[in-house]
Write a protein that binds this ligand. Sequence first.
Ligand code: B1M
Length: 208
Amino acid sequence: MAALNLISEALQKGKAEDVKKMVTDALAEKVAPKKILEEGLIAGMDIIGGRFKRNEIYIPEVLIAARAMHAGMSVLEPMLIKAGVKMIGKLAIGTVKGDLHDIGKNLVAMMYKGAGFNVVDLGVDVAADKYVKAATDGADIIGLSALLTTTMVAMKGVIESLKEKGAKAKVIIGGAPVTQNYSDEIGANGYAADAASAVEIGKKLLGK
Ligand code: B1M
């Protein structure tokens, strides 16, 4: 049987093809999709998130591990849906209006996927009404990313629009110029300095 810790290890090393094969083998051996997700893929991504946060590894290693996670998920996702496995929450994330930087936003999205969230990537240059629609469509968390001092101000408008519509989604913000002070000032529910902390805060806000 493909041991689940071997899937986790291959993911951490970024061996996408090995992860895909091991997930396929585990499914063929009737290991429950949820077990493969939690004890193989998420366990591996969890370790990557922790090492990234402690500066033991850097962005390229995270991206390579995330690619391996995607390879495993491409096989596992249809089985999870078939088995009716509920993801732990839904994140809708985008870079705010006027801002085209997406590397950090993509990292946050990948970490959330790695933690077992359903992730809707709204892309870059995202207007407030798109976040509102995502919240109306059931997102538990709205993630706002900004890399420019000139665009981070758009975050305030998004939060106001969400409040106006009575949206219940929690708002997490981040990006190089963003600070905890700014987050408090505009009434966001959470601020994270990096992708791994963003997941920790998201889980905490949802009580997971
Ligand atoms: Co731009 N750029 N850029 N740029 N760019 C910066 C941000 C800048 C600091 C460079 C500089 O002048 N030193 C500067 C901003 C100055 C400021 O406002 N304070 C700048 C500028 C000025 C510009 C342009 C205006 C340049 C021009 O055209 N004159 C222009 C603006 C375009 C636009 O957006 N409208 C521009 C364009 C670009 C490129 C297109 C060339 C390219 C973007 C490519 C892309 O993203 N696909 C680019 C890049 C690459 C950068 C730098 C070099 C790197 C940014 C990056 O990807 N970092 C950047 C300088 C720098 O930061 N050293 C710079 C890596 C990434 C992983 O980090 O996004 O911070 P980051 O994400 C982190 C955390 O912030 C956090 O997690 C991630 C790590 O774990 N995080 C979140 C991010 N989002 C989060 C959301 C969360 C939680 C955490 O919750 C939802």
